[in-house]
Design a protein around this ligand. Structure first.
Ligand code: GAR
Length: 200
């Protein structure tokens, strides 16, 4: 590994298809970055399986393992600092990042959200619920957003967006599939842009 590669942690809660897209894009595009940690609030999920298969350190860290929120936040910070993490990519991580971690990594934590923020974001808006709300609203366009994470759900500065059509015959599931395919292109593009901006 060359010294100037950014050390990335990817946080996941589920299948981890965005994690996989990022991992493969880093290799194929020869991006100056390496995913050195997968952190999940679930001991077992697709993302954790993928990390283990590809020799990426996988750690299960959940608030329920700790007596207090502060202890949980400290453990997360320690895990990141011990591994000299430069940037954290949330890829289907469905828990709020503790404020202490956000404060320690200003504009170094990035999330992908399956809508065109600021629309259809905020507390409780994740996964299929987002697509149900988009269809119920009658919108003819949806998409995905990569943004920085701050203390407010889905409110951090937008880095990059891509849109997809909402078709009259769409169900939340068919729209979710179209948006997810869009995410798999968008997240690597956004990472590449960020790395370009941050490299000397
Ligand atoms: C993705 O659609 C991602 O945008 C969404 O969870 C899915 C995870 O899929 N995240 C949110 O809704 C965050 N608010 P994946 O595990 O296959 O990458």
């Amino acid at each position: 590994m060359s010294d100037n590669k950014k050390r990335l942690a990817v946080f996941c809660s589920g299948t981890g298809s965005n994690f996989k897209a990022l991992f493969h894009a880093i290799i194929e595009r020869e991006l100056p970055a390496e995913i050195v940690l997968c952190l999940s609030n679930r001991a077992e999920c697709g993302a954790m399986d993928f990390a283990k298969e590809y020799g990426i350190e996988a750690i299960h860290l959940s608030e329920s393992q700790f007596d207090s929120h502060d202890e949980f936040a400290s453990a997360m910070l320690e895990a990141l600092r011990n591994r000299q993490i430069d940037m954290i990519l949330l890829a289907g991580y469905l828990r709020k990042i503790p404020d202490a971690v956000i404060a320690a990594y200003p504009e170094k934590i990035v999330n992908i959200h399956p809508s065109l923020l600021p629309e259809f974001g905020g507390h409780g808006m994740y996964g299929i619920r987002v697509h149900e709300a988009v269809i119920a609203s009658g919108e003819t366009r949806s998409g995905a957003t990569v943004h920085f994470v701050n203390e407010e759900y889905d409110k951090g500065r937008i880095i990059k967006q891509n849109h997809v059509p909402v078709l009259p015959e769409d169900t939340p599931e068919s729209l979710a599939e179209r948006v997810l395919r869009c995410e798999h292109r968008l997240y690597p593009d956004a990472l590449e842009q960020l790395l370009d901006e941050q490299m000397p």
